[in-house]
Design a protein around this ligand. Structure first.
Ligand code: ADP
Length: 166
């Protein structure tokens, strides 16, 4: 049985992430989407909100589980008894960082392999940061994120009074 982990901040989950989740879930028997709680960063959404959004948009995927985590990814992989870490590669800019991370993780635990799925061309330009930027200026984000998530972003920006066009 192949259990894989797809880790990330998912602040918020985009259609690019969804593409990787769907493809990784086809390969693995069980896919755990690990939602990182990074105390050094101030995300737009709390880890609970990010978990809720991911759970909603993956509810029809029977072998996908959403689990929050803190600390070292490799420890989380061990706790979950996962042998594979999945990461998405968008462009060359992602490559150097991802190479460093995967090699460091292999040094820490050589039983866990990192595999990379290259982005679908449709989403290769997409990042959570850009989505938040567009939304903060009142732009249309419906083509970038699932509908449920778009609603949550609009709500959050309104709540925080962050629409820069108002
Ligand atoms: P992190 O803060 O760990 O980079 P992200 O939530 O930004 O977390 O991304 C998680 C993973 O998803 C990373 O492997 C990243 O390369 C990948 N990813 C992000 N955006 C896309 C996209 N548009 N298409 C495919 N993969 C993506």
């Amino acid at each position: 049985m192949l259990r894989a982990i797809y880790p990330g901040s998912f602040d918020p989950v985009t259609k690019g992430h969804m593409d990787i989740i769907e493809r990784a879930a086809d390969i693995a028997d069980e896919l755990i989407v690990g939602v990182l709680q990074n105390k050094a960063k101030t995300p737009l959404f709390s880890v609970e909100e990010r978990v809720t959004m991911l759970s909603e948009v993956t509810k029809n995927m029977k072998n996908v589980k959403i689990v929050p985590f803190e600390g070292l990814l490799i420890d989380f992989a061990q706790q979950m008894d996962a042998k594979v870490i999945v990461r998405g590669l968008r462009a060359i800019t992602d490559f150097e960082y991802e190479l460093q991370m995967s090699q460091t993780n292999r040094k820490l635990n050589s039983d866990v392999e990192t595999i990379f799925l290259t982005t679908s061309l449709d989403y290769s330009y997409l990042s959570s940061t850009t989505v938040k930027e567009v939304a903060s200026f009142g732009g249309d984000i419906s083509q970038f994120v699932p509908k449920f998530v778009a609603g949550k972003i609009t709500e959050k920006i309104r709540e925080r009074g962050e629409n820069k066009n108002e």
